[in-house]
Write a protein that binds this ligand. Structure first.
Ligand code: C5P
Length: 403
């Protein structure tokens, strides 16, 4: 099987140094990557770095290796073009169909999905010229990510930071799995996603927790934000994940904290997705000091039931708000995972339920996921195993269709 061919365009901004990390991620996931830096990008990172990491030659101009007609061939052969960082200048040249270097010429000949990850100063990102260019590019089906907010080159902060290489790599994989996964159909919508596991404290040092990595919830937040939604991500304990670009992250610890944060964020939201693994039980009381062995402390494992936040959110929802739940199920003597999922959908009362078959290392702490998407209207869609971003894209399709 041949490895997917990716063109990695690198434009001339300080964030060019992060493209080396992105390149590494792409090659490690089995892609054959040809790097197309602009001349300005090579002021920041040497061609040798890109050549060594990609194992392929690096050229900037259209007059290199003329006999192989590179400026046409590379675009033709590509299955995905990723430009990271995409500067204001590169976006402007792409918008106007310029072909003054190998990267822009390849953008004109490529017929595959194209993903731009912008990075520039906030003033440049918000300038009407850039805003108009991004709009034109998006109207042509090009995916232009919303940048992250945070520290820029100097002391300034604001939107314009390059999204993390891991996030760009996840969206690159998503576009290879499904080229129409990132339409801007959630523009003007506000959505809330919960992610990760809750931790129920026993005393100042110990807690009851679970194995949720938060990856599925983070993928839901990433995909919603890049489809144009205003996203609040309520995050419990997760693996070491970066905040997704253009997402407001609210951190919580226990189920009760997650409950408060969800009810606050849910007000006025168009859609809510409960992907968090909420502890079903918590200790009846939190002991104020570290519980000592054999010291006559009360039994720390006397538990009480946590509220079902999803059921509460369904009960409190205003007309038109779409609520989505998740269910990790295994089969048993009474039925398979899908059977239990259908029953759970009815019990929870939500509009959509994602059912993951778990066990045997499936779904938890792994990058891939699959299952079924069940609708309260009786619809059932099988979700083939793929990236968590792919599953997220199917969830947002269903949500967008109901909004
Ligand atoms: O009942 P079960 O835990 O399998 O349901 C899973 C779904 O319910 C998930 O969407 C989860 O986020 C949500 N949930 C909740 N509050 C709880 C337990 C689960 O909102 N206490």
């Amino acid at each position: 099987m041949s490895s997917p061919r990716v063109l990695l365009g690198v434009a001339g901004g300080i964030a060019a140094y992060k493209s080396a990390e992105l390149l590494r991620r792409l090659t490690e996931s089995g892609h054959s990557v040809r790097v197309l830096p602009t001349a300005a990008a090579l002021e920041f990172v040497g061609a040798a770095t890109f050549e060594a990491l990609s194992g392929q030659p690096v050229h900037t101009g259209v007059f290199a290796d003329v006999p192989s007609v590179q400026h046409v061939r590379l675009g033709h052969e590509a299955e995905l073009v990723v430009v990271a960082p995409a500067t204001a200048d590169l976006l402007a040249r792409a918008t106007h169909g310029r072909a003054d270097d190998l990267l822009t010429a390849s953008l004109l000949t490529a017929r595959c999905p194209v993903l731009f990850a912008p990075a520039m100063h906030t003033e440049m990102w918000e300038h009407p010229a850039t805003v108009a260019n991004v709009e034109v590019l998006r109207s042509r089906g090009v995916v232009v990510m919303d940048p992250a907010s945070g520290r820029l080159t100097g002391k300034d902060t604001g939107p314009g930071r390059l999204p993390e290489p891991s996030e760009i790599a996840d969206l690159a994989r998503l576009l290879l799995e499904r080229r129409d996964a990132l339409p801007r159909d959630l523009e003007g919508k506000r959505v809330v996603v919960s992610a990760g596991g809750t931790r129920e404290a026993l005393d100042p040092v110990r807690y009851l927790g679970n194995r949720s990595s938060g990856r599925q919830g983070y993928a839901l937040a990433t995909v919603a934000a890049q489809r144009g939604a205003q996203v609040t991500l309520v995050a419990g304990h997760t693996a070491d994940l970066h905040d997704p670009a253009a997402v407001d992250v609210v951190r919580v610890g226990s189920a009760l904290e997650l409950r408060d944060a969800m009810h606050a964020a849910a007000k006025g939201a168009d859609a809510i997705v409960m992907a968090a693994a909420v502890a079903d039980f918590r200790p009846v009381s939190l002991v104020g000091h570290k519980i000592k062995k054999g010291a006559g402390d009360p039994d720390p494992l006397v538990l009480t039931t946590n509220p079902d936040i999803l059921v509460e959110l369904v009960g409190a929802r205003p007309a038109g708000q779409v609520v989505v739940g998740f269910a990790a199920e295994t089969g048993d003597a009474t039925g398979d995972a899908l059977h239990h999922g259908r029953a759970k959908l009815a019990r929870k009362g939500c509009d959509l339920l994602v059912v993951n078959a778990v066990g045997d290392g499936k779904a938890f702490e792994v990058p891939d996921n699959g299952g079924w998407l069940l609708g309260a209207d009786g619809s059932e869609k099988e979700l083939a195993i793929g990236s968590k971003a792919l599953l997220a894209s199917h969830v947002w399709d269903a949500v967008a269709g109901r909004l």
